[in-house]
Design a protein around this ligand. Structure first.
Ligand SMILES: Cc1cc2nc3c(=O)[nH]c(=O)nc-3n(C[C@H](O)[C@H](O)[C@H](O)COP(=O)(O)OP(=O)(O)OC[C@H]3O[C@@H](n4cnc5c(N)ncnc54)[C@H](O)[C@@H]3O)c2cc1C
Ligand code: HEM
Length: 393
């Protein structure tokens, strides 16, 4: 617990730091990477180049500082971030590096206004916040299905929905049997790659699209190309990684999961709303629901460009056929079919809703569902990017 004086100084200085948030963050990353270039192998290079996520870390420290006397209220957010940190293999020894450079950036940006009293108070506050993350992440390391990045061999690679490559991978170590891992639908694995188009190692998360690992772990990757820009890792996985090649994965992570207390009962319908490659985690959830309790009513809504881009269609249909009450809705944007607020109005309320897709899609779905007064407890979502970039955070 920090001292009352520290609490007072930190709370009094949060507004001025928030005001300079972007500059502090820019200075922080610049200095940290200059002194620790090895961290460029952990942070997402594209995010850095585009200035995306620049503020996530510093903004969260500032937000946490407002709750210094009661950090437990932030546990759900710390858990969500902790899953990502554990998946990326952020370790306790990384925290002092971030702390040192965050304080250094505050000093540099505030200049004379950053008195010793202010800097010491923030050092104490950062240590307190970091210790909460380190503790939560220690449990996650302890419970992870394996430690570090482990080599897997690609045993299968198919194309689905024209631009999505579905991979099945088996551990290279024959003594490591993945068929009995306690995988949860909604979890993601993290791939460590060394693309030739980059000077650095690149890490990316990919959701498991099935929890049936009898023939290996399964994930699917969409080529992520916007205009002239080619996504670094997705194109590398599409173009350079083939059956027989080795890739490195860290253990499944994440807290996007089916509400266990509702799976066995049939009063609250289950609604899966996804777009594009956002189908992956909800496809795994559909599989679990249908296998556990096929009687539960299921609403399946999927949006993509056209039939050619429709991912896993046959496999989804095969699962939906096993369910007893199904409403399936497909929206092809090329045919002007819109998965929008008008359609959301047709959803029963309450419904147990799971949403996954691009940031813009998720923002519009979550806003729409909230406007229609769906309870926050029944809304579950997984952005394929930093969660705090969504308006719902
Ligand atoms: C929890 C989670 C689960 C995920 N699950 C999946 C999944 O199941 N399947 C899946 O396919 N993806 C998934 N993702 C997304 C995935 O992790 C990657 O973000 C995605 O593959 C893009 O990575 P990339 O390296 O190919 O692209 P990046 O190089 O990171 O680029 C990202 C985007 O920015 C654009 N870009 C790059 N440089 C520029 C520039 N200079 N100017 C403008 N635009 C630029 C690229 O074209 C691309 O569209 C998931 C993400 C998370 C967080
Ligand atoms: C108390 C300290 C920290 C806070 C509050 C914090 C906060 C965050 C937040 C909010 C995110 C975004 C999560 C999301 O994607 O939804 C994130 C991601 C990330 N964090 Fe941290 N973090 C802290 C410490 C660290 C440390 C010590 C490191 C390693 C040096 C680190 C490395 C990363 C990386 C690599 C990502 C993924 C983003 C990217 O690659 O651009 N973080 N962190």
């Amino acid at each position: 617990m920090v001292s009352p004086k520290t609490l007072e100084v930190v709370k009094a200085t949060v507004p001025v730091l928030e005001e300079h948030g972007n500059t502090i963050t820019t200075v922080f990353y610049k200095n940290m990477f200059a002194e620790h270039p090895e961290l460029l192998d952990i942070f997402n290079e594209t995010n850095q180049k585009l200035g995306r996520q620049q503020t996530a870390l510093a903004t969260t420290v500032l937000a946490a500082a407002k709750h210094l006397e009661n950090l437990e209220v932030l546990l759900p957010q710390v858990m969500q971030i902790g899953h990502k940190h554990r998946a990326l293999q952020i370790k306790p020894e990384h925290y002092p590096i971030v702390g040192q450079h965050l304080l250094g950036a505050i000093k540099e940006v505030l200049g004379d206004a950053a008195t010793d009293e202010i800097i010491n108070a923030w050092a104490e506050a950062y240590d307190e916040i970091a210790s909460v993350f380190i503790k939560v992440e220690a449990d996650m390391y302890q419970n992870a299905m394996w430690s570090g990045f482990v080599p897997f061999k690609v045993v299968k690679k198919d194309i689905t929905g024209s631009d999505i490559a579905a991979f099945t991978v088996q551990p290279e170590d024959n003594g490591f049997d993945v068929s009995k891992l306690p995988l949860k639908a909604g979890q993601y694995i993290t791939v460590k790659t060394d693309p030739k188009d980059s000077d650095h190692i690149a890490l990316r998360h990919y959701s498991l699209y099935s929890v049936d690992s009898s023939d290996g772990l399964k994930f699917a990757v969409r080529r992520d190309n916007k205009n002239a820009y080619r996504g670094l890792v997705s194109n590398h996985l599409h173009d350079n990684v083939k059956v027989g090649d080795t890739i490195y994965l860290s253990a499944p992570a994440g807290d996007f999961e089916l509400n266990q207390s509702l799976i066995e009962q049939n009063d609250v319908p289950l609604a899966f709303i996804s777009a594009g490659v956002g189908i992956t985690p909800v496809f795994a959830m559909l599989e679990v629901q249908v296998k556990t309790n096929p009687k539960r009513p299921i609403i399946w809504a999927y949006a993509c460009q056209n039939q050619e881009h429709h991912a896993f269609d046959e496999r989804v249909n095969a699962l939906l056929e096993q369910a007893e009450q199904v409403q399936k809705n497909t929206f092809y944007s090329e045919d002007n079919q819109r998965l929008d607020e008008t359609w959301l109005k047709t959803l029963p309320n309450p419904a147990d809703v799971y949403v996954c897709g691009s940031m813009a899609f998720m923002d519009s779905m979550i806003d729409g569902l909230m406007t229609l007064e769906h309870s926050g407890d029944n809304l579950h979502y997984e952005p394929f990017g930093p969660k705090m970039s969504l308006s719902a955070g």
